[in-house]
Design a protein around this ligand. Structure first.
Ligand SMILES: C[S@@+](CC[C@H](N)C(=O)[O-])C[C@H]1O[C@@H](n2cnc3c(N)ncnc32)[C@H](O)[C@@H]1O
Length: 270
């Protein structure tokens, strides 16, 4: 494991209980929804037919997506770096009696045979926290021909506009309290503060890091690894929806894309 993976694992183990206590039920109340504003899959219509598919969730956290996918006919495996997050996923899956295989490991070195999955998804999961230079080749390796990778992550624009918290920042009264990193009361502003060409891993506290890369860099990585782009969705939250994660970005996210969802398809191996 590389340093950021070790730090990310320690950090998620440490904050997992608080994260699940603060956000788990909110995520679980609408498990088939994307991103920090929980935009329903029924509106975005990104997923392929699930029945009988072998599906992998990368960075499954408490397993809310994985459980929903299994309830809709997929054979699901959830992988996560954090043993503590997996303990929540195990408990959640057992609570509803749904079979979800859970594995501890990193998206940067997946413990699965080549061509094992029809669908790989990640919702601010490992496609945001693993180094894309290593995760994309791994996903391409484990996808079957015609299989799809669909993932939601923070947009480059959101990262470039991010302002760390000042002590004078008002807090949304219903905010359950974040547990580290970018969400610690900061928010995106209306000025570009960072360079698009030099987007760097974002420090998330405890030495943990998340990754945002330029659109062109994603496309280069996809093409180098036999993945054809089918869609780049920039979801706009419905008016008035407040994100548990970014309560202070409600108006911002109405005006600019806070998140990007990539949908790519594995081409035939030559
Ligand atoms: C923000 S949570 C997202 C989980 C879930 N989708 C949710 O909305 O709660 C990010 C998850 O990615 C996991 N993670 C971070 N780096 C990872 C890696 N390299 N491989 C697998 N999982 C990773 C973390 O342990 C954490 O559970």
């Amino acid at each position: 494991m590389r340093d950021h993976e070790r730090h990310n694992r320690t950090s998620w183990d440490r904050k997992s209980d608080r994260y699940q206590a603060g956000h788990g039920a909110w995520i679980g109340a609408l498990p088939d929804a994307w991103g920090a504003w929980r935009i329903p899959e029924a509106d975005l219509r990104l997923l392929p037919a699930l029945a009988g598919s072998d599906t992998l969730e990368l960075g499954c956290g408490g397993g809310q997506w994985a459980i929903w996918l299994a309830q809709h006919g997929a054979r699901v495996t959830g992988i996560d770096l954090s043993g503590r997050q997996l303990a929540h996923a195990r408990r959640n899956a057992a609570g509803v009696g749904v079979p979800v295989a859970l594995a501890q490991g990193s998206a940067e070195l997946l413990p699965f045979a080549p061509a094992s999955f029809d669908l790989v998804i990640s919702d601010h999961g490992a496609m945001s926290w693993a180094d894309p230079q290593r995760a994309v080749p791994e996903v391409a390796r484990v996808l079957r021909t015609d299989g799809q990778l669909i993932f939601c992550s923070t947009s480059p624009l959101f990262s470039m506009c991010w302002e760390d918290a000042g002590s004078d920042r008002p807090r949304w009264p219903g905010w359950p309290g974040w547990v580290g990193g970018r969400n610690r009361g900061g928010r995106p502003g209306e000025l570009l503060r960072g360079s698009y060409f030099d987007l760097a891993p974002h420090p998330e506290g405890d030495g943990a890091q998340s990754f945002t890369i330029a659109h062109g860099e994603w496309v280069r990585l996809f093409r180098e690894n036999g993945l054809a782009v089918e869609a780049l969705v920039e979801p706009r939250p419905p008016a008035g929806v407040i994100s548990h994660f970014y309560p202070e970005a409600t108006e911002w996210a109405q005006r600019w894309p806070a998140e990007t969802i990539w949908k790519v398809r594995r081409e035939a191996r030559t």
